[in-house]
Design a protein around this ligand. Structure first.
Ligand code: SAM
Length: 269
């Protein structure tokens, strides 16, 4: 699609791109095809598309599955999509609020504003694969490795539930109107947790470690004692003599963070 074609569609609909709803429309059909191909959609699989816009991903998705559920917040675009794709199961509303039926795959150019809460929700439900176009820096945090600036609590929480990798980057010029940042396509394949640990306790420890990411694990956890619900003294005692406690929080492997969780919350094993 050319920018003028999208402009023409919006003009006919009597609307303009909404900044608030993160409306940046992908211009290249070839890129859309590539993104959809990453989904490796099998016949019969149910696929979710968040924010179809004017349908650049929707069309190639419908070529692969009849079971496509799309959620679009903009009622004007939803009306356009209904006419263009009468076979599409379209939910009009905020994807963070609507009740979603079960799905196996997600392929979406997400509005950057909802990337974080949407990813949080995705990780709470069963799915096989998600192919998401995200703000590039956010994508790097999703796949961040220990010891790098991009390593974050998001990287660790995604790692607990899935294997994630950046498949390609997309320059801002590939969208109209161009956003202020570049984008990247992340492929997230769900899997079982790679080690046994109580999830809630683990996530609390991970949050605490990254809140003070440059400190040693012991100091970070001591500072976060109230949110961990453990007195500082108990934290010191639990970690006494543990070499991990002297490591910097943001250089630790996820499994090591799980080790600290076992030490701090032994009853939850
Ligand atoms: N997928 C289209 C494309 O690639 O050209 C449009 C992508 S645009 C970045 C994001 C789309 O998500 C817009 O159509 C916008 O109206 C829609 N949107 C924004 N917030 C939403 C929300 N909370 N729930 C569902 N759709 C939303």
């Amino acid at each position: 699609m050319k920018a003028v074609q999208i402009q023409e569609i919006l003009r006919e609909l009597g609307t303009r791109p909404s900044k608030r709803w993160g409306q940046h429309f992908l211009l290249s059909n070839a890129t859309a095809e590539e993104i959809v191909a990453l989904g490796e959609i099998q016949a019969g699989e149910t696929v979710l598309e968040v924010g179809p816009g004017v349908g650049i991903l929707t069309a190639p998705l419908l070529d692969r599955t009849r079971n496509l559920i799309a959620v679009e917040k903009d009622p004007i675009l939803a009306e356009y999509l209904r006419k263009r794709f009468p076979q599409l199961e379209l939910l009009v509303g905020d994807v963070l609020r609507v009740t979603l039926p079960p799905y196996e795959k997600v392929v979406s150019n997400l509005p950057f504003e909802i990337s974080s809460p949407f990813l949080g929700r995705l990780l709470e439900v069963p799915f096989k694969r998600a192919v998401l176009t995200l703000q590039r820096e956010f994508a790097e945090r999703v796949v961040g490795e220990p010891g790098t600036r991009a390593y974050s609590r998001l990287s660790v929480k995604v790692h607990y539930r899935a294997e994630a990798r950046v498949r390609r980057t997309i320059p801002r010029s590939a969208f109209w109107p161009a956003p202020e940042v570049d984008a990247a396509v992340v492929q997230i394949d769900a899997r079982d947790p790679p080690f046994p640990v109580d999830r809630d306790a683990y996530f609390r420890v991970v949050d605490a470690l990254f809140l003070h990411r440059r400190k040693t694990a012991l100091n970070a956890l001591r500072l976060a004692a109230p949110s961990l619900g453990r007195p500082e003294g108990a934290i010191e005692e639990a970690l006494q003599g543990d070499p991990l406690a002297r490591q910097r929080a943001d250089a630790m492997q996820p499994e090591e963070m799980a080790g600290l969780t076992h030490r701090l919350f032994p009853s939850k094993d």
